[in-house]
Design a protein around this ligand. Sequence first.
Ligand code: UD1
Length: 372
Amino acid sequence: MMKPIVDLVAGARPNFMKLAPVVRAVREDARLDARIVHTGQHYDEAMNDVFFAELGIPAPDFHLEVGSGSHGTQTARILERYEAHLLKNRPDATVVFGDVNSTVACALAAVKLGVGVAHVEAGLRSFDRSMPEEINRLLTDAVADLLLVSEESGRTNLRREGVPDEKVRLVGNVMIDTLLSQLAAARERKAAAHLGLPEHEYGLVTLHRPSNVDEPEALGRLVDLLGELARRLPLVFPVHPRTRAAADRAGFGERLRGARDGLMCVGPLPYLDTLSLLQGAAVVLTDSGGLQEESSVLGVPCLTLRENTERPVTVALGTSRLVGNDPDRIRAAFQQVMGRDWPRGCEIPLWDGHAGQRVATELAAWLTGRPS
Ligand code: UD1
């Protein structure tokens, strides 16, 4: 009998850490065949190739080469090209990850052609519709047939939206599979030592959300604050291309280049270097969803520079606290961390390094009609 073929679709940097354990588990499962489809949403070597190489992800079987564009343009281009791919190479199911434009576009192309859709990291909600990712999450979950959830809140949210329980499975967090499998190699990298920083005597910063970086005044205030905090604790800041472009447009791009008074700005880092810096950091300041999760698992205090999070378990059980982007609030939270007055966090259910296998098991049961 022919095995069902699944397309595993990835496009942007945070997809790659989620894709890696799922590719491995699906390829190990004798009941399934998998193909990797890369949309090309992220294309720079530092945002893309480096992750495939470090995480041992096989080269994509198909590449749609869509590149950057406005949301409408980028989403439309992915939709058009993935539909053309489906018409020529129809799989039995499409698996999409996370909440990026590639996720919603490929889910939509598939469902319209009657191809089943599975969503890894379904059900997360920030309840903030000004975030492009929230729109992508809502639309993807509305058309998905199998909703694979990383934390309990996902199940609650989907139930509230009327998604039948039979479609939903709590499988845990695939990104944490990658973290746990790469942690020893990341420690070996000694990324902090290469920057001349002793372990636990520096902080790590990332910023790329439109709400923090697209508005020049908000970004300027944050950059001023980082400069101030870095005089007390050196801060390593790998600058995302979006943030770099916004700072250049606003006329203070120079402040995000090189090292000055403790603020060390570098380009986007490979996965292992980021994890290396993260595991040895005294504090993280970030607006990234992935870093909230990773800090929680590693027990590193995380100041989340947002007013909301779609990952509430990182606040309930983990080390993340929402501090928005107001300098006074961030300064106060930073002070608390420096005074060692911060929750240490505890274990999060099913963030155990085996979520990829659970995804493969659920996919196989769904596509072969046989429970695992
Ligand atoms: C995307 C995701 C976001 C995710 C983030 C991680 C959406 C809506 N957003 O945001 O959820 O957290 O990826 O990085 O899908 N650029 C480059 N090189 C690249 C890719 C992008 O220079 O390889 C620049 C381009 O100027 C581009 C800009 O970054 O216009 C934004 O890229 P885009 O993919 O639109 O969104 P991100 O901000 O990266």
